[in-house]
Ligand binder design. Structure first.
Ligand SMILES: Nc1ncnc2c1ncn2[C@@H]1O[C@H](COP(=O)(O)OP(=O)(O)O)[C@@H](O)[C@H]1O
Ligand SMILES: C=C(OP(=O)(O)O)C(=O)O
Length: 432
């Protein structure tokens, strides 16, 4: 339970094929067949309460399952975990706002998953661990074991099942670690708005004068890169809450895309890849153990997960005052949007709700090339309620605190690269 990094390294290297220490001390791991999220395999239990509270039907990310099927998958996962010689248990926290902290327990079969969540969630002190008690939410990650695809509601051997009434999530048939962190984010997208707190799929940083900026963006479109700015304090790279008093990071770590990572362009992320960092699905030279960040042979979605304090100018505790700027990162693969636009509130809401951007290759299963998409709230895969619920709260907060909206096109730089290849020009035509 809550093993330290060194022990998790030893367990991973000893028992998990494809685990190695890189030249800078990071733990390189392989996530197996799945190297990105599988949104079509995510299920949410629809019951009397969630049937009314959540967004269902066309456009919604919530695909229903019933309680009985959840229990079938849960039993399968728990039986699998019980059949192993050992499992890993992490008891940790979500949310740096002490009044809205959530206790989570992650039960998993792989040291890689335990180290990943150790990095991504907030790490308790020994005293906090002593007094941890019953968790508010539990994940049973049996990702190496498939679900039975002939079970009702299943369409493949992968299933990520969320049961809000039981406060539990079950993972079968995928070892991609991002499912755990994004699964918990979906939970926060449910729990926080019920407390009138706005949950945000955004990075967040703060200038020397205390000016806070939010960076909304779909997965892989620049939240981590742009919030990790050497000239500003990093509050968090991906998931935040906006309350009556200001912003708080939900997580205790960052999850950076590292395809084509370079020391020159992203020095802080480069330097964070050291002992304790999980490097997923990267390729390295066998003898020097130097990572080749340009190598996409396992996936384009190579990732680094590190504790937030590995970034030198992280602001700890990860909280800040009300945001002054709300930046919507649209990764426009097709050259439609200008580089930077200042938005009024109505325009901000329009872009927030329609969420025009691109699904970046590799972040979701089956996405091999950048694909134009409309992703409500710049994270449609993770919202639980109708987008207008989040949008109305955002509008209210921006108005109250005088925040300015911006639309920044992070696809522009890549767009030039993408369009060099003739086969990708045809995607452009298909999508128009
Ligand atoms: N204009 C740009 N802005 C931000 N990132 C860019 C840009 N052009 C290329 N990139 C690359 O895009 C990726 C963005 O990934 P990341 O910041 O981890 O996304 P997110 O945190 O939103 O999931 C990185 O690999 C970064 O180097
Ligand atoms: C980890 C993911 O997203 P992000 O890059 O936004 O953290 C993901 O979508 O699997």
């Amino acid at each position: 339970m809550n093993l330290v990094r060194a022990e998790l390294y030893e367990q991973a290297i000893h028992y998990e094929k494809g685990s190695f220490i890189t030249s800078t001390g990071a733990l390189a791991t392989l996530s197996g067949a799945k190297t990105g999220r599988a949104p079509r395999d995510k299920r949410v239990v629809k019951d009397d309460v969630t049937g009314k509270e959540l967004w269902w039907g066309k456009g919604s990310p919530n695909i229903e399952m019933d309680e009985q099927t959840f229990l079938v998958n849960r039993e399968r996962a728990v039986d699998y975990l019980n059949s192993l010689d050992k499992v890993f248990v992490n008891d940790q926290f979500l949310n740096w706002d002490p009044e809205n902290r959530i206790k989570v327990r992650i039960v998993s079969a792989r040291a890689y998953h335990s180290l990943f969540m150790h990095n991504m969630c907030i790490r308790p002190t020994p005293e906090e661990l002593e007094e941890f008690g019953t968790p508010d939410f539990t994940i049973y990650n049996a990702g190496q074991f498939p679900c039975n695809r002939y079970t009702h509601y299943m369409t493949s051997s992968t299933s990520i099942d969320l049961n809000l009434a039981r406060s539990e999530m079950v993972i079968l048939g995928t070892q991609y670690a991002g499912e755990m962190k994004k699964g918990l984010f979906s939970v926060m997208h449910y729990l926080m708005p019920k407390r009138r707190i706005l949950s945000l799929h955004s990075g967040c940083n703060m200038g020397k004068d205390g000016d806070v900026a939010l960076f909304f963006g779909l997965s892989g479109t620049g939240k981590t890169t742009l919030s990790t700015d050497p000239n500003r304090y990093l509050i968090g790279d991906d998931e935040h809450c906006w309350t009556e008093t200001g912003v708080s990071n939900i997580e205790g770590g960052c999850y950076a895309k590292c395809i084509d990572l370079s020391r020159e362009k992203e020095p802080d992320i480069w330097n964070a890849i050291k002992f304790g960092t999980v490097l997923e699905n990267v390729v390295f030279e066998e003898h020097t153990r130097e990572v080749d960040y340009a190598d996409k042979s396992v996936t384009e979605n190579t990732r680094a997960s590190y504790p937030i304090e590995y970034i030198p100018n992280a602001k700890i505790p990860c909280v800040g005052p009300h945001p002054k700027n709300v930046i919507l990162l649209a990764c426009d693969a097709f050259g439609v949007l200008p580089p930077v636009s200042k938005l009024n509130l109505a325009q901000t809401m329009y872009h927030f709700i329609s969420g025009y951007t691109a699904l970046v290759a590799g972040t979701e299963e089956g996405v091999k090339e950048p694909r134009a998409t409309f992703s409500a709230c710049f994270g449609a895969a993770f919202i639980m309620m109708h987008p207008t619920k989040y949008a109305a709260m955002l509008a209210e907060k921006m108005l109250k605190h005088g925040a300015t909206g911006w639309l920044v096109n992070t696809g522009l730089v890549r767009w030039k690269l993408w369009f060099r290849k003739p086969n990708q020009v045809s995607i452009h035509k298909e999508n128009h």
